[in-house]
Design a protein around this ligand. Structure first.
Ligand SMILES: [Zn+2]
Length: 157
């Protein structure tokens, strides 16, 4: 009987994959295909945010012109308010953009899809919904409720 070299290689690859999977929880939460899918979502979102920021800045320049052209206090207040709101949107977008670049960096390495709080794998479904997620749902909830309590305490004092 002759063993074809191609088939032999394939069997070896399958064997290696299986033995790697058996090595514990730290190994490959996501398949290569899932990673590619998530990367696409992240890159698309990255693009959208960049466009949004560009548009927001253009808009602010227009408001800034209004503010300098019209001395009327009402219009000036409106223009200033619009600039502030615009900044908030830009700041929010910039935050998300940074989260995306972190996620992409983690995706290049091995740490993507691992909860930074408990170290367990974040389910693929959750990553599809929130590709920048750094925590699993229970840990995220803990963090958020801790923040919430801080806020409530701050209000009462
Ligand atoms: Zn967790």
């Amino acid at each position: 009987m002759r063993i074809e070299p191609g088939k032999c290689l394939l069997m070896l690859a399958v064997f290696i994959r299986h033995s790697l999977q058996g090595m514990g929880t730290a190994m490959e939460n996501l398949s290569q295909q899932e990673k590619i899918q998530l990367k696409k979502i992240l890159l698309a979102r990255d693009q959208t945010l960049r466009e949004e920021i560009r548009r927001e800045i253009n808009l602010q320049n227009e408001y800034a012109e209004v503010a300098s052209d019209v001395p009327d206090s009402g219009d000036l207040a409106f223009a200033n308010l619009s600039i502030d709101i615009g900044n908030a949107a830009v700041v929010r977008d910039a935050h998300e953009l940074r989260a995306i670049s972190y996620a992409l960096k983690r995706l290049e390495g091995e740490s993507y899809g691992e909860c930074i709080s408990c170290g367990y794998d974040i389910p693929f479904k959750r990553l599809m919904a929130i590709p920048t997620a750094e925590r699993c749902a229970p840990c995220q909830k803990n963090v958020e409720s801790a923040h919430h309590q801080d806020g409530a305490r701050g209000m009462s004092t």
